[in-house]
Design a protein around this ligand. Structure first.
Ligand code: IPM
Ligand code: MN
Length: 351
């Protein structure tokens, strides 16, 4: 029996609702196998902050580090000032655990609807840098709330940080059919960071002779994502560009309700964290109507990361089959509760 220690951070809004279904599907996938997950729930998020003023203490962090993987629901709440939980909890986890690869696959499952008239066969993955760029919090404000206010957010890009995520993106591409990497940046304007990224790709690419690569400015990439999304295989890009592009990628491939992600530390110096791309959706929280599919797909990514691709495929296939059935059922298919969708997915996983 292999036992994994799983830290569960359900978080805010719909987080706890979708995480419950994710765990239900994880149990279904591991039933009858020699895998077990021992879960620890962490009370983090808006409620904790209101009660104690804490977001993520050193003790929380140390306790989380003592796990193999993390499943996270959603972080963020309108009653907490913008940035407090995002920076103090979610980004702190990504940074402190050195989750430098933010892996965000996009697949348009057969039968699933895209707002594009001719989406084609969308199947690409965005490798978003996770610990640098404009997210590092390097900046400040002067003369706040005066006509002469100045605000800066400095994007930090290190050769070490760029090289390791670029190498990871090439290794992902090497394992895929089309073996192609597209570097997305804006080196015609952001000449310092942009050329660091370009030179790094040029230096790493020869390590992967089977993998081809090209370059797109980020503005052009937003166009190509809607005009020719099926042409992408692996996109590698910085933290902020990756944040924006992956919301667009979700929108064209079944919606944000299906977008899963992994915050991966490939060096395993800390646990990797799997979470739906969507937020806490306070407007529908507590109603039991959130779609847990993205969380269930994040569980699939977690199983794959842990070295169980066959179980991951089972879970992903269940979501794909359910998505197709939901579309075929029309309006009736979209009126299921969160738990009903979770039950349906768990049943499909059990086969
Ligand atoms: C995401 C989110 C986060 C991000 C926010 C909540 C800090 O938008 O996971 O994409 O910007 O990375
Ligand atoms: Mn985002």
């Amino acid at each position: 029996m292999t036992t994994y220690r799983l830290a569960v951070v359900a978080g805010d809004g719909i987080g706890p609702e979708v995480v419950a279904e994710g765990l239900k599907c994880l149990a279904a996938a591991t039933e009858g196998t020699d895998l077990a997950f021992e879960t620890t729930e962490f009370d983090l998020g808006a409620k904790r902050w209101h009660a104690t003023g804490e977001t993520l203490t050193d003790a929380d962090l140390a306790a989380i580090k003592d796990h193999d993987v993390i499943l996270l629901g959603a972080i963020g709440d309108p009653t907490v000032p913008s940035g407090v939980l995002e920076r103090g909890l979610l980004l702190k986890l990504r940074f402190e655990l050195d989750q430098y690869v933010n892996l965000r696959p996009s697949r348009l499952y057969p039968g699933e609807v895209s707002p594009l008239s001719e989406p084609g066969d969308i199947d690409f993955v965005v490798v978003r840098e996770g610990t640098e760029g404009p997210y590092v919090g390097n900046g400040g404000a002067l003369r706040v709330d005066t006509p002469h206010e100045i605000a800066t957010e400095v994007s930090v890009n290190t050769r070490h940080g760029v090289e390791r995520v670029v190498r990871y993106a090439f290794s992902v591409a090497a394992g895929r059919e089309r073996k192609h990497v597209t570097l997305v940046h804006k080196h015609n304007v952001l000449v310092h960071a942009g050329h660091l990224w370009r030179r790094t790709v040029e230096a790493v690419a020869p390590e992967f002779p089977d993998v081809t690569w090209d370059y797109l400015h980020v503005d052009a990439a937003t166009i190509k994502l809607v005009t020719a999304p099926a042409s992408f295989d692996v996109i590698v890009t910085d933290n902020l560009f990756g944040d924006i592009l992956t919301d667009e990628a979700a929108a064209i491939s079944g919606g944000i309700g299906l977008a899963a992600s992994g915050n991966v530390n490939p060096d395993k110096t800390g646990p990797s964290m799997f979470e739906p791309v969507h937020g806490s959706a306070p407007d529908i929280a507590g109603k039991g109507i959130a779609d847990p599919s993205a969380t269930v797909l994040s569980v699939a990514m977690m199983l794959d990361f842990l070295g169980h691709p066959e179980l991951a495929a089972k879970v992903e296939d269940a979501v794909a089959a359910d998505a197709a059935a939901k579309v075929a059922a029309g309006a009736a298919g979209s009126q299921r509760t969160t738990a009903e969708i979770g039950d349906a997915l768990a049943a499909r996983i059990r086969g």
